[in-house]
Design a protein around this ligand. Structure first.
Ligand SMILES: *Cc1c(COP(=O)(O)O)cnc(C)c1O
Length: 419
């Protein structure tokens, strides 16, 4: 459920008509709904009501906007971060350091030190040398790092290959078969409080079966580690729950996920940690765009919009589907391909799709753009960096400015030794 609805034939974000934002901020622009964000945060928490000890860390890579993070901080969420930059964002948004989990496959020594200096709650160690480096850095600071070991449970998440992370051939974590030996060596290091394990098998999962299989494997690992004398107090189950993008999509609900988690983990006696991203933010945002031209094509027309692959990369990157709807739908339909202005054939949002009939000058949105949208934006083709707006009832604010191509150009220079 979201708060982007038609009122008197005009698409609104909560109480704000989208044409108002287009007129005042310009297009393309991401528009987020605070009420939707809060609702998703609450629904996910409620779904875990049968999990006695839990920690919720929003995977901020999917939407690191400070305004968005502030809303989630107020909902009691911490952050799952994957870089030093994200770590600073989480803190700047008001999240407590101890509520921050540091994941990421290639943390630098400087980032490990930064995490320690900031006093974050937990490091998710990706492999043995990283754990050893963290222990050494912690020891030098006369402190102890809370950590868990990320394991790769070797299950097929059944999602797009580029966002699948839990197969043996993926770069993430240590193989679950070798995890007990690595765990034992790392647990022996002073400077490290190795207190559990973590997993995250992929994103946009549309079935619970791979998650359940992975959790079962991790449950066995926890028993083995305890049998070997280790104290296991934390298990991080990662994120990955899918959201509906297309009409008719029916991914598992947070409630189904929560019930499965409670059932599979009921005897674990640990604090369960969660790193939801897309399921919290996906449906809280739309990308508002203006139709620039409608151009005849070989079979169907091209609807050329002012948003492009640099603003919303998912279709080009993963062949992702984003619903496209007119801000003032007439009820008429057309079959068209929706493309952006960037000079790449990959700058295509939809091919030969039946959509609301639109003409040059009309406004439209790509829905479900709140996760992995603005955060992946670039300035390719010397386009501006897309702005973001947060709506709260009848008011809104620009939570990220449009960064003009000229501002980016101003950060470049021509060497005076070229003439
Ligand atoms: C990306 C990521 C997540 C969030 O994934 P979603 O599919 O957006 O829920 C959680 N944990 C880790 C380690 C990640 O890399």
């Amino acid at each position: 459920m979201d708060h982007f609805e038609l009122r008197d034939g005009v698409l609104h974000a909560e109480d704000i008509p989208l044409p108002q934002i287009a007129a005042e901020v310009g297009t393309p622009v991401y528009v987020y709904s605070r009420a939707t964000l809060e609702r998703h945060a609450q629904v996910f928490r409620d779904a875990l009501k049968d999990v006695p000890k839990k920690h919720l860390a929003f995977a901020i890579k999917c939407n690191p906007n400070l305004g968005v993070l502030r809303v989630l901080a107020r909902q009691g969420y911490g952050a799952d971060v994957v870089s030093g930059g994200e770590l600073e964002r989480a803190l700047a948004s008001g999240m407590a350091a101890e509520d921050i989990v540091f994941s990421g496959v290639g943390k630098t020594r400087a980032e490990l030190a930064q995490g320690l200096d900031r006093g974050i709650g937990q490091f998710n160690i990706e492999h043995e040398p990283e754990g050893a480096a963290l222990a050494e850095i912690a020891l030098a600071r006369e402190t102890t790092a809370n950590a868990v070991l990320r394991v790769n449970p070797d299950v097929d998440a059944g999602t797009h290959a580029k966002i699948s992370t839990g197969k043996a051939e993926n770069k993430f974590g240590v193989g679950i078969d070798v995890a007990p030996q690595i765990f034992a060596r790392l647990a022996a290091l002073p400077g490290l409080n190795l207190r559990g394990v973590a997993l995250h098998i992929g994103s946009q999962l549309t079935s619970l079966a791979p998650l359940e299989a992975a959790f079962e494997r991790v449950g066995l690992l926890v028993s083995d580690l305890r049998a070997a004398g280790h104290s296991i107090t934390h298990v991080d189950l990662g994120g990955g729950l899918g959201v509906p993008y297309k009409p008719g999509d029916n991914p598992p609900s947070p409630a189904d996920y929560g019930a499965m988690v409670a059932r599979v983990t009921k005897d674990w006696d640990v604090t369960l940690m969660f790193e939801p991203g897309r399921v919290i933010a996906g449906n809280t945002g739309v990308l508002l765009t203006e139709v620039l031209w409608v151009k005849p094509g070989a079979s169907n027309p091209f609807v050329i919009v002012d948003a492009a692959m640099n603003d919303l990369a998912r279709p080009a990157l993963y062949d992702a589907y984003h619903d496209f709807v007119a801000v003032k739908p007439t009820g008429e339909k057309m079959t068209a391909s929706i493309v952006g202005p960037v000079c790449e054939t990959g700058d295509t949002f939809a091919r030969d799709r039946e959509i609301d009939a639109v003409q040059a000058g009309d406004l439209a949105v790509f829905r479900t753009a709140g996760a992995y949208g603005a955060t992946m934006a670039s300035t390719y083709n010397s386009r501006s960096l897309v702005p973001e707006v947060l709506v709260d009832g009848g008011r809104y604010i620009v939570v990220a400015d449009r960064i003009a191509a000229g501002t980016i150009m101003a950060a470049e220079r021509v060497p005076d030794w070229i003439d």
